[in-house]
Design a protein around this ligand. Structure first.
Ligand SMILES: *Cc1c(COP(=O)(O)O)cnc(C)c1O
Length: 421
């Protein structure tokens, strides 16, 4: 099936007489005829749901759909993108371990890796993802357990060389985890380029309607966890009466452990209603992504042609350093997210933002409607102009998330903003 069809038909597959739409199974628990059957569920030798902190039929249908879209062996939904990132890392890292991450990743992930995980004894080294393999290799240590990057980084709109990152990770015997939030599997499927685990903030394009926060971890099933570096996956788990994940679950070892061990202990599982709504977003994902890309390309060119604009970060704009990587990894387009800087700095950026009437000024991105954010006065407000530049954010930088409105209306709104400068 093509991805447009998968968006509609993977996951829930109604049988004769079943409801056409995915039912919301609003139940914390599930009944069985025998104690023995429940015992088998606890032993993980029988399939079935037992408690909605670990799995639920509505959520499971969405997990199956997302796993199919990414081409993975399994997926685990979470209550936020942050929870997905946390689980993806803690599933293979313990105190004393180390990870390597691209420095351009989402700010919330930087905080999680640099500050919070450090308090738990897990250290992170950040690398410039555009550096060559030898330079990035220097960040690796004997206790490094994973490499982490973002397909399209926010707000720099840098495109990751996934094959290069996968080569570096694999030559160190560790998996590559890719945050594929902005690209979505419609524009890029990182497993096809060697990534081992994919995570998403489903809050963004997958939900698409700015109605709920959520996340997902997807397992390719391709990584060999028995290479000596990951005893937690291939030695008996005392907290789960001695189950050995690689032996009992083969290619689904990682995603099974994430569910039955970490989700059991952390409890960040979404409710059935959230999965139902996410499913509605996923049904139209492929069509929406096409339009986001088309609109964003036109907006990026429009901005690049203005003499009030200093630069535009979008891979299809002439002279963009990520053009070749975009062609390779994102042939259908580079999503709807653009960042650009107005020449007049912070004051002009604020003037531009405040003169828009169509675009929403919100702390959100990748929405159905066009929205804007001025990092210097919101998410990065505490930084001085000098610190902003060091973080790759100029005082005049605006993040523009192009929506599904008619392109003429979007451009007219942007023209209004430019006229105000
Ligand atoms: C928003 C975002 C996250 C965090 O997701 P939440 O759902 O807000 O917790 C992670 N990665 C990227 C690329 C994001 O844009």
């Amino acid at each position: 099936m093509h991805i447009e069809t998968q968006c509609l038909h993977e996951g829930y597959k109604p049988k004769n007489g079943d409801p056409k739409a995915l039912p919301i199974y609003q139940s914390t628990t599930y009944t069985y005829d025998s104690t023995d059957h429940i015992g088998q569920l606890f032993d993980l030798t029988a399939d079935g749901h037992m408690y909605s902190r670990i799995s639920n039929p509505t959520v499971a249908a969405v997990e199956e759909k997302i796993a199919a879209l990414e081409g993975g062996v399994g997926a685990l939904c979470t209550t936020s993108g942050q929870a997905a990132t946390l689980i993806s890392v803690l599933n293979i890292c313990v105190a004393g371990d180390h990870l390597v991450a691209a420095s351009t990743i989402y700010g919330g992930t930087v905080n999680l890796f640099a500050v919070t995980l450090k308090k738990f004894g897990i250290e992170c080294t950040f690398v410039n993802a555009d550096d060559d393999e030898e330079t990035i290799q220097k960040a690796f240590r004997p206790n490094t357990k994973l490499l982490f990057g973002e397909t399209i980084a926010n707000p720099a709109i840098a495109v990751l060389d996934i094959e290069k990152f996968a080569r570096i990770a694999h030559s160190n015997g560790v998996p590559l985890i890719v945050d594929n939030t902005f690209a979505t599997p419609v524009l890029c499927r990182p497993f096809e380029w060697g990534a081992d685990i994919v995570i998403h903030s489903t809050t963004k394009y997958m939900d698409g309607h700015a109605v709920q926060v959520g996340g997902v971890v997807v397992d390719s099933g391709n990584f060999d966890w028995t290479n000596g570096k990951f005893p937690e996956l291939c030695e008996p788990d005392e907290s789960y009466h001695g189950v050995t994940y690689t032996k009992q679950f083969g290619r689904a070892a990682y995603i099974t452990k994430a569910r039955v061990q970490l989700m059991r202990d952390f409890g960040m599982y979404p409710p059935a209603t959230a999965a139902f709504i996410l499913n509605l977003g996923l049904e139209t994902l492929a069509v929406r992504m096409e339009r986001y890309c088309r609109n964003a390309e036109a907006v990026a060119d429009f901005l690049a042609a203005s003499d009030k604009v200093e630069f535009v970060n979008y891979p299809t704009v002439k002279g963009n350093p990520y053009a070749a990587l975009r062609e390779k990894y994102l042939p259908k387009g580079a999503s709807g997210v653009i960042s650009f800087s107005v020449k007049g700095g912070r004051d002009d950026a604020v003037r531009f933002m405040d003169s828009l009437s169509l675009a929403n000024n919100v702390v959100h991105v990748a929405d159905i409607c066009t929205c804007v954010l001025h990092p210097a006065s919101s998410t990065h407000r505490q930084l001085t102009d000098e610190q902003l530049v060091a973080a790759g954010i100029t005082p005049g930088l605006i993040r523009l998330s192009v929506g599904l409105e008619h392109i003429d209306d979007i451009l007219a709104d942007i023209q209004k903003g430019l006229d105000a400068i």
